[in-house]
Write a protein that binds this ligand. Structure first.
Ligand code: F6R
Ligand code: MG
Ligand code: MG
Length: 393
């Protein structure tokens, strides 16, 4: 099969162990993953790569000509994670191999633990892209910024004044509980869209396409490790790729969506709401209460499938106030301790100790006086209702 004239960008990430808790990837694991990708490059599996991390997640940013979901590319990423895990184990790093849920590779890393965002396109003469990588949160954390970038004229001026954006965008939304997807058009269907993606734990923006020509604008990783593994194995710290400029939102419009550090689920034990703090690479690590959740933005130009860059886009004083706001919100939320809405709601706590606590205490729950008093009345009403309906029969 011949190589495609199109370029594919694949961002595949996994937590394979980290230093001093779930804090930061060790440089030796980055080095070994880079070596594996260098071999893949010399064998022609990929054209280029950049290996980095945010917090405890090892990030493989790769370019190639093999399309999305390609077995060779996924196998290469899997091998990089496996080799890095060996080093993590040798160094006694914490939670070594955490996100690799299977021993063996079976054609595709989806469902095996790593998170994946991939897009294929014909390169424009200049092809700027931004890769977003977040730690201590979930894929739905990108719902709000994706909406702002591609559907909110108060964020993206181009939606109003650039004819190439004026037609709007299509949002492909995944229902991660049901394993279904739906495509909704903006601006026509924004109320329906918001009704869904306002529940980011369940409905996740997976892709955004330009309506006029179906050209891909953005893609987000949507794996939910807890749904795959059936138990809590860490939040699926997500990644996203967004194309910028000439017919897409400008880089500055894309970054603007992160100037408000919105509340996301994740943080300590994947069980708390906290602000998503935009940071430069030097602060791509999580400390306070294992957080707060962070997002970095690396800008590249893609030329002949080569990665030119990166630019560390949140490493700018222009985001200082967003970070300061995130610090204030961190303090405010932390003071709630174990109370909702800092701690997630019961449906999201399903994979933690909450069911065990309820099970342990179940025999100690006694009926309240109010309930006892109400019971005879409710029962007699039920009986009356039953005999009435029997009369009708
Ligand atoms: C959240 C996360 C951490 C851990 C926490 C407890 O995604 O990775 O907040 O949940 O540090 O970790 P364990 O259970 O490994 O001691
Ligand atoms: Mg982790
Ligand atoms: Mg992580």
């Amino acid at each position: 099969m011949g190589e495609s004239p199109k370029t594919t960008v694949s961002v595949i990430k996994a937590d394979i162990g980290s230093l001093a808790g779930h804090h930061i990837v060790h440089p030796d694991t980055i080095a070994v993953a880079s070596r594996v990708l260098a071999e893949g490059k010399s064998k022609g599996v990929i054209v280029d790569y950049y290996v980095t991390n945010v917090g405890d997640d090892l990030q493989l940013i790769m370019t190639h000509r093999k399309g999305v979901d390609n077995e060779q590319v996924h196998e290469l990423a899997w091998r990089a994670f496996k080799e890095a895990t060996k080093v993590a184990k040798d160094l006694g790093l914490y939670a070594a191999g955490q996100d690799l849920l299977s021993e063996a590779f079976s054609g595709n890393v989806r469902g095996l633990g790593p998170g994946v965002a991939e897009m294929e396109f014909v390169e424009r003469p200049s092809e700027p892209i931004i890769v977003f990588m977040a730690d201590k949160t979930e894929p739905g954390a990108f719902n709000l910024p994706m909406y702002r970038i591609f559907a909110d004229p108060f964020n993206t001026a181009g939606l109003v004044i650039d004819p190439r954006l004026h037609g709007g965008f299509k949002f492909v939304v995944h229902d991660v509980f049901e394993g279904k997807e739906i495509t909704l058009n903006a601006p026509e269907e924004i109320y329906d869209l918001l009704a869904l993606i306002g529940t980011p734990s369940r409905f996740v923006v997976r892709k955004v396409l330009r309506k006029s020509d179906n050209e891909i604008g953005a893609v987000v990783s949507v794996e939910r490790l807890s749904l795959i593994a059936g138990r809590y194995v860490g939040k699926d710290d997500p990644v996203a790729i967004v194309r910028a400029q000439s017919g897409f939102p400008a880089a500055g419009e894309i970054l603007e969506a992160f100037s408000h550090p919105h509340l996301v689920a994740g943080w300590m034990r994947g069980s708390h709401h906290g602000p998503l703090m935009p940071v430069g690479m030097r602060y791509a690590k999580v400390t306070r209460f294992d957080g707060p959740p962070r997002v970095v933005a690396l800008g590249f130009n893609v030329k002949n499938a080569k990665l030119i860059g990166p630019a560390d886009l949140f490493d700018d004083v222009a985001f200082d106030e967003a970070r300061r706001m995130a610090q204030l919100v961190t303090d405010y939320m932390r003071r709630h301790g174990p109370f909702m809405p800092h701690r997630l709601g019961p449906e999201e706590m399903e994979y933690t100790t909450l069911p065990e606590v309820l099970e342990k205490l179940k025999d100690r729950f006694v009926e309240t006086e109010a309930r006892k008093a109400a019971k005879p009345k409710v029962e007699s009403e039920l009986l009356a209702h039953k005999s009435q309906s029997e009369d009708v029969d």
